[in-house]
Design a protein around this ligand. Structure first.
Ligand code: ADP
Length: 334
């Protein structure tokens, strides 16, 4: 019993109002399923009457239970963006949105968000990258973007073109220092503005680098942008793992499927060819159901590449990120 089997069951149910199945019509988002038979989803009921919404919720529960799931949790929402495309699509033309989070700062979250976006580009996908770390943006430095973003005549932000992908963040805004004194809701508002007011064009996937920890930006992402999933970055150190576990639980609570975990700084090559583990050994799964997609080594070449704004396209870290991109593409059917 996993997310795929739940999705397959929902794909067999025609939507009561829109064309196609419940999945194809964008009726369902935030689908999560656990090995123990629990399934949860968010049901968009904006165009249904109360009675229709209730009837649909009951029908979904019956179908999933008949398919072997033990408990089914449905959250009805009337919040709606533009017409859905694929699973996400509150931003017209953007098929999927994923968040990259971490329990604590300094584990390499931004490095991995940027590296993953580039690895998705290498797969031939159209990729956008949004720096959701409003108060500590760094993606513009990692990607070597020095110019500032401009707006169209209709006041839509134009994302920067960098290494085959499109990016936006406070680091490329006119007044990047302003946000430091902002409070939570304003910070979340800035992230949403950049995500939704920008002219991204057609994107297969928009990767959002979230601030460390759990907060307003994550809540806004989950509630307003209907993300297809999230990745959690950690190092093998127990201190980081404990916080990363909390991040996984937080995404699950928000009904954002956790696509997997990236273990960063998981070993480094020693001078005699042995492997050293300055942050501990990457042992075992971080949390039940949160699959480790890759273990990336600590590599001084990453630091140099980040500082020079020229992200690595090969070597062990880039290869690990290719595996993460492959898993993400497979899970989202890209
Ligand atoms: P976060 O976004 O979690 O705060 P960053 O992506 O800014 O973390 O990374 C923190 C520091 O660690 C940066 O100096 C970055 O260059 C470095 N770093 C990240 N991943 C690796 C790695 N695999 N090997 C070596 N250095 C890394």
């Amino acid at each position: 019993m996993d997310r795929n089997s739940a999705a397959t069951l929902l794909e067999q149910m025609p939507d009561p109002k829109r064309t196609g199945s419940l999945m194809a019509a964008g009726r369902v988002s935030g689908l999560v399923a656990r090995g123990d038979g629990n399934v949860g989803l968010v049901l968009d009921v904006a165009d249904l009457t109360r009675a229709e919404a209730q009837a649909l919720e009951i029908a979904i529960g019956e179908r999933l239970r008949a398919g072997g799931f033990q408990s089914v949790r449905v959250i009805q929402t009337a919040e709606r963006g533009a017409m859905p495309v694929g699973d996400a699509a509150v931003i017209p033309g953007v098929r999927h949105i994923i968040g990259v989070g971490a329990g604590k700062g300094g584990v390499g979250k931004s490095t991995i968000a940027a590296g993953l976006a580039l690895a998705l580009c290498r797969r031939g996908l159209k990729v956008g990258l949004l720096d959701g770390d409003i108060q500590g943006p760094s993606l513009h430095i990692l990607l070597g973007v020095k110019e500032r973003a401009r707006a169209t005549a209709e006041k839509r932000l134009i994302p920067m073109e960098a290494h085959e992908l499109k990016m936006l963040g406070m680091g490329v805004m006119a007044d990047p220092d302003k946000a430091v004194a902002w409070r939570g809701p304003m910070v979340a508002g800035a992230m949403l503005q950049m995500a939704t007011v920008a002219d991204w064009g057609e994107l297969d996937i928009l990767v959002i680098d979230l601030p460390p920890g759990t907060g307003d930006v994550h809540l806004s992402l989950a509630q307003k942008l209907k993300p297809s999933g999230a990745l959690v970055v950690s190092t093998p150190q127990e201190l980081a793992r404990a916080d990363a576990r909390r991040a996984v639980a937080f995404f699950e609570q928000l009904m954002v499927p956790v696509l997997g975990v990236v273990m960063n700084m998981a070993g480094m090559a020693g001078p005699d060819g042995s492997t050293l583990y300055p942050f501990g050994r990457p042992e075992g799964e971080l949390a039940p159901g949160a699959e480790t997609l890759a273990e990336l080594p600590l590599d001084p070449a990453v630091v140099e590449a980040s500082d020079s704004g020229r992200p690595l396209a090969d070597g062990p870290v880039a290869q690990g990120l290719d595996r993460v991109a492959e898993a993400v593409a497979r899970k989202l059917r890209l």
